[in-house]
Design a protein around this ligand. Sequence first.
Ligand code: SDX
Length: 421
Amino acid sequence: MSDFVKLTYQNKEFEFPLIQGSENEKGIDIKSLRAQTGLITFDPGYKNTGSCKSNITYLNGEEGILRHRGYSIEDLCEKASFLEVAFLLIFGELPTEKELNLLNEEIKKDSLVDEDLKLILKSFPKAAHPMGILASLTSGLTAFNPSTVNIDSEEDMREAIIMLMAKFPILTSWTHRKVKGLPLNYANISLSYVENIAHMLFKLPHQDYILNPIVIDALNKLLILHADHEQNCSTSTVRIVGSSEAGLFASVSAGVSALWGRLHGGANQGVIEMLTAIKRDGGDTKKFMSRAKDKNDPFRLMGFGHRVYKNFDPRARIIKKAANDVLKELKINDPILNIAKKLEEEALNDSYFIDRKLYPNVDFYSGIIYRALGIPTEMFTVMFALGRLPGWIAQWSEMRKNIEPIGRPRQIYTGEKFRTI
Ligand code: SDX
């Protein structure tokens, strides 16, 4: 097979290298396109454009495959803890017991945030959306930890990574407590990473907080399922912000804002709002299906469709089973789950969705578990961010270590030609 691609333009022939990944994905290396031909490519939404080479996560959208550093998401959900998956994403291998213990100890040591961050928190109205609060608090970390990350120093990088892994869960819990009007909790370093997240979110001052193993297991699984997903919108944001040599905290803060959107991480909140609206409307799923197919109606079936998966999102399969298990174990009968299953059944048998290969994605069932765990709807995307943090850190580190050029796409100008006032 030739390892280049030919392009003919204005009766001249140009050759561009064909690059191939370890899973046989192929791409045309067009780094010299403009220099050779004067042309640029045009690809709104980057549907056909690879922004980088990466060793972290592999997706196969046709076969519904998701792997982190070669391990399948199914295997990781069954056999690993969220902190082990975070270590795998960031450092490239699953940790030995010694490495995991060291990471745990370093995170516990750093599990405090500057008390003055409460001043930023205090300035928000209770009605503020948690994702806006979290983006500000994350950016605020830069103010209290001003040293930019020297990526040439392993020590500096590790310190920044530990700091973020330790402080981000505190910020997410403070965001939740602020919106609920509850006193802020501090980390309890006698607990595991995920137990501590539950403790900080739910511990009330006037009663003991008893850890429920079902809740902890479900949280662990949900965080793993959200940990990384190659070059999605928010991860691409973290990479492009970092490519200007902005710091890690500022880049992650930008990722939080990108994740907020309804078409991306905000979809998990959108799914529950949609299912609740269907329930309130009498449960007529067919009416909402028609709206989703009506081009004149901006309504979309939230939690359905994906830029890459043109088959089942493997995460949706795992979450759907976990939702059943958690509701059964917690003895919760949530009518929303039944509406979700009915909607899924109808969509999977509807030619509009079949023709467009629209399947349930990670967000379709995740909100049902978050509800069962007592997490309010407006906090669902914050929980997504908490899971995605190690992926953002890993991708940012990879981009900085590869010394990738600053991200700066070109455009096709279609505005006014030269004119005078
Ligand atoms: C996440 O990229 C990632 O990896 C993201 C993510 C991650 O882990 O980081 O997986 C997390 O963001 C999951 C996606 C969550 N978003 C939603 O559930 C929102 C609803 N879904 C859509 O808005 C949409 O499917 C997207 C945004 C997810 C994907 O959009 P694309 O790839 O740009 O596809 P498209 O808009 O070009 O749609 C193709 C066709 C269109 O119809 P036609 O013009 O061909 O007639 O499918 C239709 C769309 O109108 N379509 C839908 C639909 N999704 C696509 N129609 C109704 N309901 C939907 N949900």
